[in-house]
Write a protein that binds this ligand. Structure first.
Ligand code: GLA
Length: 383
């Protein structure tokens, strides 16, 4: 990857890149739609990543190339703004804009981007690009910004340039990941703990529905608003409740259920999911994988029925594996409406699982099924 990127950069810009940074996609074991509700999540960085080669310029021109798409885009630092359709330059431009917002003088730059994180698969391909860009520019501009602060800059890039009001999880996992560990992250305080994730004879298998729903970002933002609505309804009686992290089922039953059943379903899922994450972490620490797997199936059920962010293709995949002994746990992952399911599968039976689920899915849904065996790797780094 490095050699290919260097070669291409040289051809494109007639000089060597100043830096090449790798920043990975992520999985999340459990704790979905919890981050923007100030709860806990359990993500990890994976072996699929975005790579960006960058060098600073002496003028204020910005030249970008997406190697995989064979597309280029140019602008200037003084004209930095989100571009119309959400597309790859926004992730880079949004990240660069964060330096200006901090009054850090930004020069122009040349960049080449490549990535093997599948796009729209719920593996945070955009967070990977945002983190890689922030990290590379921080290094080249010698701004010495901490990793945690870079996480928040990358998140702002997504808010301001991609229009998705995402939580902190994806960028945190990409930037802070460590090989063979999942991150138990408290999204309220941003304190975190690495928990070893070495499951004997079990692998993380990602099954990609190949569904990319246009609903994803608008419905995501709606869910966020629905959660805030629940908080507002409770806050009228308990002013100290500032997020669903502070709310209880009793509060929801009393102050939300009678007035807004939809908002109740959404917020009830979030509170149940926060509980589930705590149980799941205990099970993981006790090596009780069977119970961890059951928690994952319950999360899927909640995401599908209460939070309503699943789709028939995701449900098909989870229901298919639910009765299979080789699958310890499975659920849809990420924002929803398409993308991948995450499955914990007995290693020696992955092939037979794929051989049966792939034709069944393709026949029933009329879409190809892709799969990846993910390993847990380090977060953002120079290559
Ligand atoms: C997307 C967002 C994250 C998180 C998940 C759902 O991946 O970017 O911040 O909210 O959805 O858990």
């Amino acid at each position: 990857m490095k050699a290919q990127l260097e070669k291409y950069f040289l051809e494109q810009y007639q000089h060597q890149p100043g830096i090449i940074v790798r920043s990975p996609g992520r999985v999340n074991i459990i704790g979905e739609h919890a981050d923007y509700n100030n709860g806990f999540v359990l993500p990890a960085a994976i072996d699929k990543a975005a790579y960006i080669a960058i060098s600073l310029r002496t003028d204020d021109e910005i030249h970008l190339t997406a190697l995989d798409l064979n597309e280029t885009f140019s602008t200037t630092v003084s004209a930095l703004k989100p571009i119309g359709d959400i597309s790859w330059p926004n992730y880079i431009l949004g990240a660069a804009a964060q330096f200006l917002k901090r009054n850090i003088p930004l020069t122009g730059f040349n960049a080449v981007l490549t990535s093997d994180v599948p796009i729209g698969a719920g593996l945070s391909s955009s967070a990977a690009v945002e983190c890689a860009t922030v990290f590379a520019l921080n290094h080249l501009l010698e701004t010495n910004i901490s990793r945690i602060e870079m996480v928040s800059m990358a998140q702002k890039a997504e808010h301001e340039y991609a229009g998705v009001m995402c939580g902190i999880m994806d960028q945190f996992a990409s930037m802070m990941g460590q090989a063979n560990q999942v991150i138990k992250l408290d999204c309220r305080s941003l304190t975190y703990e690495y928990v070893p994730f070495k499951l004997d004879g079990i692998k993380i298998v990602l099954l990609n529905t190949n569904v990319k729903h246009s609903l994803a970002s608008s419905e995501y933002n709606t869910r966020r608003l629905e959660c805030m609505e629940a908080v507002k309804m409770i806050q009228a009686h308990y002013p100290a409740v500032v997020s669903l992290r502070d709310a209880t089922v009793e509060m929801l039953d009393q102050y939300v259920l009678p007035f807004n059943p939809i908002v109740y379903k959404r917020s009830r899922f979030v509170i149940d999911e926060m509980d589930r994450l705590n149980q799941a972490c205990q099970f993981l620490k006790q090596d009780n994988i069977a119970e961890l797997g059951k928690c994952m199936f319950k999360t899927h059920e909640g995401l599908s029925v209460q939070y309503e962010v699943s789709c028939k293709e995701l449900d098909f995949l989870v229901h298919f594996v639910q009765s299979r002994k080789e699958v310890i746990g499975a659920r849809m992952m990420g924002g929803g409406f398409g993308g991948c399911t995450i499955n914990l599968v007995k290693e020696d039976q992955i092939d037979s699982l794929i051989n049966s689920i792939k034709p069944a899915y393709e026949a029933a849904m009329g879409l190809p099924l892709d799969y990846y065996i993910a390993s847990i790797q380090n977060g953002t780094e120079i290559v």
